[in-house]
Design a protein around this ligand. Structure first.
Ligand code: ADE
Length: 225
């Protein structure tokens, strides 16, 4: 998979993809994240990527030309499955959407900034608008990193057996059960006996019960189906 992220603050995205599981995905040749600085596509003398809003009001609006030029260049090089715009008024992101996106080959993610992008960018180029929650970030960069992380770790071959995504929270609309490691006794706080029993079938049964209990307590909304 290749993810092209378009941003006017590329510094915010230098780092997250060079560590841990995302780095492993890159080293294995399973995922590549390419960051594009919108200013490189600016057409004005001062490399502006934003301008005042027509009709007045506070805040700047991202201009269509640099974005169009960047997206068109990328599209001339390869086919894209989705052109995603990160915005608080997009569809709420969840594990189901992460699963779907992990099956795609090439994605573009456009990060909004200031008051957002000229509506014509959304009308002409964007195929999917995603929000990572009901709060407003300063820009779409951190949200784009969240999406890329959630998606890349699901690509077959990125995780090994021990870190398998099949046991993640939300994979079956269930939260993950509690986990423990050594020591078995921390100042009298003991690890549940069953986990030390070596009886794998009983351990799986316990984990499944705990996942259901935790989901009912914390996220009854997930449990209704
Ligand atoms: N940009 C600003 N806030 C955002 C959010 N909550 N989700 C996605 N993109 C955003």
């Amino acid at each position: 998979m290749r993810i092209d992220i378009i941003t006017c603050v590329p510094e915010l995205l230098s780092g997250p993809f060079d560590h841990s599981i995302l780095k492993r995905a890159k080293d294995k040749g399973l995922a590549e994240v390419v960051i594009h600085n919108l200013r490189d596509y600016a057409t004005t003398k001062y490399k502006a990527v934003d301008d005042y809003a027509y009709g007045g009001g506070a805040g700047m609006v991202m201009m269509i030309e640099p974005i169009a030029s960047c997206i068109e260049k990328l599209k001339s090089e390869r086919e894209y499955d989705e052109v995603i715009y990160m915005t608080p008024d997009g569809e709420n992101f969840n594990q189901k959407e992460a699963n779907k996106l992990s099956l795609k080959k090439n994605l573009i993610i456009l990060c909004g900034h200031y008051k957002g992008v000229d509506q014509r960018v959304r009308d002409l180029f964007i195929t999917k608008e995603i929000s990572i929650g009901d709060f407003v970030l300063s820009g779409g960069e951190l949200a784009a990193a969240v999406i890329a992380d959630a998606v890349i770790r699901l690509i077959p071959g990125v995780l090994n057996d021990e870190t398998s995504a099949l046991s993640d929270s939300f994979q079956d609309d269930l939260l993950a059960p509690p986990v423990y490691t050594r020591p078995a006794d921390y100042n009298g706080h003991k690890v549940p006996e069953i986990l030390l029993s070596g009886h794998q079938a009983k351990i799986e049964e316990w984990r499944s019960e705990q996942a259901i209990k935790r989901t009912k307590e914390r996220r009854p909304d997930l449990f209704k189906d």
